[in-house]
Design a protein around this ligand. Structure first.
Ligand code: MRU
Length: 364
């Protein structure tokens, strides 16, 4: 996507040296646009854990490049496997992380030691390129759903609601939930996006709003609690979110608060769609509610808030009494019965075992 006229992706190999890995520091956005250079696998692991990069598809791609950095340093398979284990332990919920590392290891294990570094960069590059192509396809399939809404209310903008950040910053490019929005906007469809602030880390208010503004997409940031009210008053035509892991039966793990939006959508007859590349499907889990691990993050994400102070400085404030404990589950699971459908790179399907098997019969 373009930022002030320059094309960017969220991760890339440095053009000058051809091996170090560049990322955008998402903990600094939108206040500061900082490009980081990763030269060691430990730095890649830190970037994922500290959420300098985040979003399921992106952490998969960064983990793959992180493993390439490890292979460059030591291509012995024991060292590569130890590095993969360290990367896999950074965040538990998004399955793309494990998927990318498993794919890298499957490619690297059979190779002679000397061939591993080149193959690791090639495989990480392939993972990144495939993610871009898959997200672009999600955009095309999701745009058709938005166009159907236009046909029902010609001449009026389509109102979408999204939660968290599932745009190009959460993937390598285009995004999952935001890809159809970008595609429809670029095709001239008039639309407006309600952006949930997404407490506690505010990925919606900070990242989604920034992305949409850079691309010129009309949007309004709302408090997380406002969505139900807007749906009751006919202000939302469609909810579209991303996901960190989908189980074989179509249950959807996503940023905390997604489930409440799905309940409100169901109560108000608003379609609730989920955009995802197939790398986010965990075919080994039959029941998302019971089996998807939910990340617990630090209480300080909830008890403090960071933003730009009126004097222009970046400040962090405590917003909870210092003697009150806080809990911070980072994801929830929306049961498949509340999901209108899944938008994948192969098209749309029901959120069910049969729906997923119809698009991905190889996993049937
Ligand atoms: O904790 P995060 O910011 O890494 O959360 C992941 C997400 O961005 C979302 O849950 C997103 O909707 C799915 S990933 C495209």
């Amino acid at each position: 996507m373009k930022i002030d006229g320059t094309l960017f992706r969220s991760v890339w190999v440095d053009e000058q040296d051809g091996w170090s890995v560049r990322i955008l520091d998402q903990t600094r956005l939108p206040w500061s646009f900082d490009i980081l250079r990763l030269t060691e696998v430990e730095a890649a692991a830190h970037a994922i854990r500290a959420m300098q990069v985040r979003g399921a598809p992106l952490i998969g791609a960064v983990a793959a490049y992180g493993l390439a950095l490890a292979v460059r340093r030591d291509p012995a398979i024991a060292a590569v496997e130890a590095a993969a284990a360290m990367l896999a332990a950074t965040r538990p919920t998004a399955i793309n992380l494990r998927w990318a590392l498993d794919r890298m290891l499957a490619r690297l294990r059979p190779l002679p030691t000397g061939a591993r570094a080149g193959a690791a960069y090639a495989e990480a590059g392939a993972i990144a390129e495939e993610d871009v192509a898959q997200c672009a396809a999600i955009g095309r399939h999701g745009m058709a759903l938005i166009a159907e809404i236009v046909a029902r209310k010609p001449g009026q903008p389509v109102n979408l609601l999204t939660h968290c950040n599932a745009g190009w910053l959460a993937t390598v490019d285009w995004g999952t939930a935001l890809a159809p929005i970008y595609a429809a906007h670029d095709a001239g469809i008039a639309l407006h996006v309600w952006v949930d602030e997404t407490r506690p880390r505010n990925q919606g208010a900070l990242l989604t709003a920034w992305e949409l503004a850079r691309h010129g997409v009309p949007h309004t940031v709302i408090a997380d609690n406002a969505g139900g009210h807007l749906m009751q008053h006919g202000e939302v035509d469609m909810v579209i979110v991303g996901t960190d892991r989908v189980s074989r039966n179509g249950d959807v793990a996503n940023k905390i608060g997604t489930y409440l939006k799905a309940l409100a959508a169901r109560d108000n007859g608003v379609p609730f769609w989920v955009g995802l590349p197939s790398s986010t499907i965990d075919w080994s889990i039959a029941d998302g509610l019971g089996d998807i691990p939910i990340e617990e993050r630090a209480a300080t994400e909830l008890t403090t808030i960071t933003g730009r102070a009126l004097d222009g400085s970046i400040a962090t404030l405590r917003i909870v009494p210092s003697d009150s404990p806080a809990a911070n589950p980072a994801f929830d699971v929306t049961p498949a019965r509340l999901v209108t459908g899944l938008i994948t790179e192969r098209g749309c399907c029901a959120a069910s075992a049969a729906g997923l098997a119809s698009l991905f019969p190889e996993h049937g």
